[in-house]
Design a protein around this ligand. Structure first.
Ligand code: D5M
Ligand code: FE
Ligand code: ZN
Length: 492
């Protein structure tokens, strides 16, 4: 037995583990009665970062406090996956021209007013045509324009009965107006001022109510990511492969219990997306880029369900909502049974957790027009979208919006997780029970981003425990390319 003990200890040390003296004592005592090889292997399997074997580890296992062995965990994860695709937009009735946009905005207004009516006491909600009496009136309207000055802010508000120009002087209300995206629907309390002017006494976005998020009954993890940019010279292939290897090794609880991978747009780099992009592409053939993406994703264990929505680099219509990548391009991907191609945006329910995926193009417009917001904190810009209950409220800037019968960019339900990318900076926030995650990128800084002053946070993967909505981040940024290698690529 003593020989056996010495052998077991040697093996554990060779694997990089230290054995605490108390643990050593305990092992000596129990060596006669317990299968020590099994026990130590089990302890090691349950360890993630900790490299010390302690007496408690052994005791807990023997007491059966660590109820599950890895085999049990694996059995559990082999249960069928549990997800529903709640909204996948691939057939929109497209309209044209001004009339098309009028229909779209009317749909937006109706949907948001219905949401507002559920949220606030709507008994005294008036139309714009009814404003002007002695008393102040509450109206729901679309912010057509706004002009924020020092000490006051004027907005032009529109509903189906007309338009009204009204001004706020209260500093709190003026600040509120600064944060309201153009073309969003608000509830404003308006009173009459002197000489046929109107005063805004209060103004609010529809917002989401505080809610207790849905969570999974089982302990399962979902990896949320975006912006791989496969095909770009700046795609960090080695780092992404390190992620795939980690998934396959299944050495820790997170990788064992990881059942879902969400890719929120820009999976490939596409072509003709920004000036001189071709100089930064490994291949300017989109089909080859998709094949390369497929080659990577097929190495992911097949029990992991993969959901992919398009971004502004995919070969699909740019006007939002965007359909899933078409079969023409996606054929290699569709051969993998665990891959699900979704629209942008898309709604999912995974293990009971409601997830909104939206690539995030409109974040550029939100950041550009809202004082205090910046690309460094994309989760705060995402919070503005949640408050507006709309994924791309601002019309006519950098986010192309499709004229359609129905506005499918309204955030009609309350997500438990709101997932975006595009900005290439990992960031998260909690807002009223909702986990907001902007999931960064696997692409190093491009020359374009260098010019724009955008410093990405590549190859850091957030993984969400769906039973608690807690996030752990896995850092695959090493091995990354050295800066001098990058400089060389830029020079080419
Ligand atoms: O976007 C990567 C990053 O570059 C993201 O932070 C937005 C920014 N970006 C992209 N396009 C533009 C334009 N046209 N103006 C300003 N900033 C932009 P990606 O979609 O991966 O190229
Ligand atoms: Fe991107
Ligand atoms: Zn993008």
């Amino acid at each position: 037995m003593a020989d056996n003990l010495a052998q077991i200890i040697r093996e554990a040390v060779a694997k990089g583990y230290q054995i605490e003296p108390k643990a050593f004592e305990l092992m000596r005592k129990i060596a006669e009665n317990v299968d020590l090889t099994w026990l130590i292997n089990e302890v090691i399997k349950h360890k993630i970062d900790d490299k010390t074997i302690r007496a408690e580890d052994l005791e807990n296992l023997m007491k059966g406090e660590k109820k599950e062995t890895v085999e049990e965990m694996v059995r559990e994860i082999e249960e069928p996956s549990n997800f529903k695709i709640l909204l996948n937009i691939d057939n929109v009735k497209v309209l044209t021209g001004t009339a098309g946009y009028q229909r779209l905005f009317s749909s937006r207004y109706q949907k948001l007013v219905n949401l507002i009516k559920k949220r606030v006491d709507s008994s005294n909600l008036h139309t714009i045509s009814e404003i002007g009496g002695e008393r102040s009136a509450r109206v729901a309207g679309l912010v057509y324009s706004k002009n924020v000055r020092r000490g006051s802010a004027t907005i032009l508000l529109e509903d189906e009965t007309g338009r009204i120009e009204a001004t706020a002087f209260d500093p709190y209300v003026v600040k509120g107006i600064q944060e309201i995206p153009l073309d969003s629907v608000v509830v404003a309390t308006i009173s009459s001022g002197k000489r046929k002017t109107f005063i805004i006494e209060a103004i609010n976005l529809p917002d989401v109510p505080e809610h207790i998020p849905n969570t999974s009954k089982k302990k399962v993890y979902a990896a949320l990511t975006s912006d791989l940019h496969v095909g770009s010279k700046f795609f960090l292939k080695e780092a992404f492969q390190a992620f795939i290897k980690w998934l396959n090794r299944r050495e820790d609880e997170v990788s064992v219990r990881l059942r879902y991978l969400l890719i929120c747009g820009d999976a490939i780099d596409g072509v003709g997306v920004y000036p001189n992009q071709d100089k930064e592409l490994i291949t300017s053939d989109v089909t080859k880029q998709i094949t390369e993406l497929t080659n990577l994703l097929e190495q992911i264990p097949s029990h992991i369900q993969i959901f992919i929505c398009p971004g502004n680099h995919e070969p699909v219509r740019q006007a939002q909502p965007q359909p899933p990548i078409s079969h023409n391009f996606a054929r290699p991907l569709t051969k993998l049974p665990n891959i699900h191609l979704l629209s942008n945006p898309a709604w999912l329910e995974i293990e009971g957790v409601k997830i909104l995926m939206y690539h995030g193009k409109s974040l550029e417009d939100i950041v550009a027009t809202t004082p205090g917001l910046s690309v460094e904190r994309p989760a705060l810009a995402m919070r503005s979208l949640l408050k507006a209950r709309h994924l791309a409220p601002i019309y006519g800037r950098r986010t192309p919006i499709l004229p359609a019968e129905e506005d499918l960019l309204v955030i009609e339900q309350i997500p438990d997780i709101f997932h975006s990318g595009h900005v290439h900076i990992l960031d998260s926030e909690r807002y009223r029970g909702c986990l907001i995650l902007n999931t960064g990128t696997w692409q190093m800084q491009t020359s374009y981003q260098l010019d724009m002053g955008i410093t990405p946070t590549p190859a850091i993967l957030p993984v969400v425990d769906l039973s608690t909505l807690q996030v752990v981040t896995m850092d695959f940024s090493k091995p990354v390319m050295r800066q001098q290698d990058l400089a060389q690529i830029r020079l080419q």
